[in-house]
Design a protein around this ligand. Structure first.
Ligand code: ARG
Length: 465
């Protein structure tokens, strides 16, 4: 055990207590952020005359060496250190001797860990946004390829009205676009620097918090030292945004699993994204889609865990907050991995337009259009609804579609029907006449795609420090 705080104690820590308390096994992934924070802190201490320039240079060189050795594998995280902060500081002292003991001047592990976690989350927010951008690109390509691919639209999982695959995919485009905008909101709100808040009440040293904030790419320092060390809102916001992303991915996966089934056959998942069965040789299973759907629970779990951990904490820092890490890291890895895999699965998915169109032709998806035809010829909508309802019943009896009826049969339900009814209820007409903003008609869709494409290529990366 190599602890930073032995002075006040007369007994060794119990071994089980030590293990229970330690966090190095999971906070080691913060080493880059911890070292970056220390570098900024030391440069500021020197600028303020708290350390000499020589001391600064010695410490920065030591920190650079630690970072390089961790990266090359020369320096391994050994269990004798309590957490990443102790690990880096103890290593620094081993390397450069007494000057290393000055690193922690005017700082506490409370503002240190608050900074590390914020820096780490900030880069994850940035990366998640980037992955979503890639997914949106893949979606847009598929949308452009399928502007004329007719498929049934569903409500209650019952065929409702015909639309296009481009339009169906476009619904997911909007969801993931909102997910991106959530990431960007979080990135702005969280971008204040807690370093310099000390344990909870600032310090008596003349720290220049604006300087460290600027060096670390923050808009400026946080404004209340107690809040700075005890705020994990930004992490809860990320987990909440991540949960919504998973919910969207999960819905999309559910549809792909349905569409990939023998009953639908709307899509075929690429061999590279499917798996086989150990017993049934004929099987090709959509395991990747199912796993993404399944992992959604894990990410929701991380959100619930952190909300619950935080809910009863008095100000300011409490050790409970160390529990912000394991689930959050797991959720970050999970959501990023899922977006990556899903993008690959979507890009290689084969759609079967003939199956989709055939399905759209069944199930009376043009019944609303038939009613609209009557309305356009002066029949009040409620009457038209009744007439078409009776015609559908007749067709179900006869095993026919509306289009299969002869003009005489049409006329036996309403005198208003003429030869042009066939064109009016043709599937492609039904789709392409829907031209209100946001509707599936080709011209309406083209407008939206154009808009979204322009926006997608013009959104820059943010907060890349
Ligand atoms: N490992 C701790 C955490 O993750 C670091 C902060 C420790 N601070 C303290 N006062 N014990 O929260």
């Amino acid at each position: 055990m190599a602890q930073l705080w032995g002075g006040r104690f007369t007994k060794e820590t119990d071994q089980l207590v030590y293990q229970f308390n330690a966090s190095l096994s999971f906070d080691q992934r913060l080493y880059k952020e911890d070292i970056a924070g220390s570098r900024a802190h030391v440069r500021m201490l020197a600028a303020q005359g708290i350390l000499t320039e020589d001391e600064r240079d010695e410490i920065v060189k030591g920190l650079d060496g630690i970072e390089a050795d961790i990266e090359s594998g020369k320096l391994v995280f050994s269990e004798e250190y309590e957490d990443i902060h102790s690990f880096v500081e103890a290593n620094l002292i081993d390397r450069i001797g007494d000057t290393g003991k000055k690193l922690h001047t005017g700082r506490s592990r409370n503002d240190q860990v608050a900074l590390d976690m914020r820096l780490y989350t900030r880069s994850v927010v940035n990366e998640t946004d980037h992955l979503l951008q890639e997914l949106l690109r893949a979606l847009l390509t598929k949308m452009e390829e399928n502007l004329d691919t007719v498929m049934p639209g569903f409500t209650h999982l019952q065929k409702a009205q015909p639309l296009t695959l481009a339009h169906h995919l476009g619904a997911y485009y909007e969801m993931f676009r909102r997910d991106r905008s959530r990431m960007r909101d979080i990135a702005v709100r969280m971008n204040e620097c807690p370093l310099g808040a000390g344990a909870l009440a600032g310090t008596t040293y003349p720290l220049d918090r604006k300087m460290t904030a600027a060096e670390l790419g923050f808009f400026g320092p946080t404004r209340n030292s107690m809040d700075s060390v005890s705020d994990r809102d930004y992490l809860i916001e990320y987990l909440s945004g991540a949960s919504i992303i998973m919910m969207h991915l999960s819905r999309f996966c559910e549809e792909i699993i349905l569409w990939n089934s023998d009953e639908y056959k709307f899509v075929e998942i690429d061999d590279a994204y499917s798996t086989g069965s150990s017993i049934m040789p004929q099987k090709k299973n959509p395991d990747i889609a199912e796993l993404v759907r399944g992992k959604t629970g894990r990410v929701y779990g991380a959100l619930m865990a952190l909300l619950t951990t935080m809910k009863g904490l008095p100000l300011a820092y409490n050790k409970d907050m160390q529990e912000d890490k394991e689930f959050a890291f797991d959720a970050m890895d999970t959501v990023q991995g899922c977006i990556r895999l899903f993008t690959g699965m979507l890009s290689t998915l084969t759609f079967r337009p003939e199956r989709m169109e055939k399905s759209a032709r069944g199930g009376f998806t043009n019944a609303t259009d038939a009613a609209d035809y009557l309305v356009n010829h002066g029949v009040p909508f409620r009457d038209a609804h009744g007439i078409i309802g009776r015609m559908v019943l007749h067709c179900i009896d006869q095993g026919k579609a509306l289009d299969d009826l002869t003009l005489e049969e049409f006329k036996s339900f309403s005198e208003v029907f003429e030869e042009d009814i066939y064109d009016a209820i043709a599937i492609s007409t039904c789709v392409n006449r829907r031209l209100t903003d946001g509707a599936p008609g080709r011209a309406a869709m083209e407008k939206v795609i154009e808009e979204r494409k322009l926006e997608l290529e013009h959104t820059e990366r943010f907060n890349a420090v």
